[in-house]
Design a protein around this ligand. Structure first.
Ligand code: SF4
Length: 121
């Protein structure tokens, strides 16, 4: 793994660990021992991959960005929304079977619900 990919992975882990608090860009670069130039490039790549968003913030008299993980973290509640969790056909459902996820209306409806709300995927 290249230093760039390694830093990108470390940055993403750090951002995910900070959860809804997010992390200041400058604090992140310090933790990763990256230059601001390297840091900015990593941010641009993560933004291009739609993994993070940045919010402008005044910190110690200087404008910077707070970085947040964009994807919703998996919670127990989100798992309970999956139709298969409480389906009576779970043990009979097979891709090539008579009961199949390919023809399942509740599963299809649930999957398409993410198209209406891209933030929830
Ligand atoms: S795909 Fe549909 S039928 Fe199959 S287990 Fe999930 S909810 Fe049940």
């Amino acid at each position: 793994m290249s230093r760039r990919d390694d830093l990108e992975e470390q940055a993403l882990k750090l951002i995910i660990d900070k959860g809804t608090d997010g992390i200041l860009q400058s604090a992140m670069w310090r933790k990763l021992k990256a230059s601001s130039r390297e840091g900015s490039r990593i941010c641009l790549r993560l933004e291009a991959k739609n993994l993070i968003n940045r919010e402008r913030e005044l910190s110690k008299g200087r404008w910077t960005y707070r970085i947040f993980f964009k994807k919703r973290l998996i919670t127990i509640d989100s798992l309970l929304e999956i139709p298969c969790m409480f389906c009576d056909n779970t043990y009979r459902c097979e891709l090539d079977g008579e009961i199949s996820p390919a023809a399942c209306v509740p599963l299809t409806t649930w999957l398409f619900s993410f198209e209406e709300d891209p933030e929830s995927s």
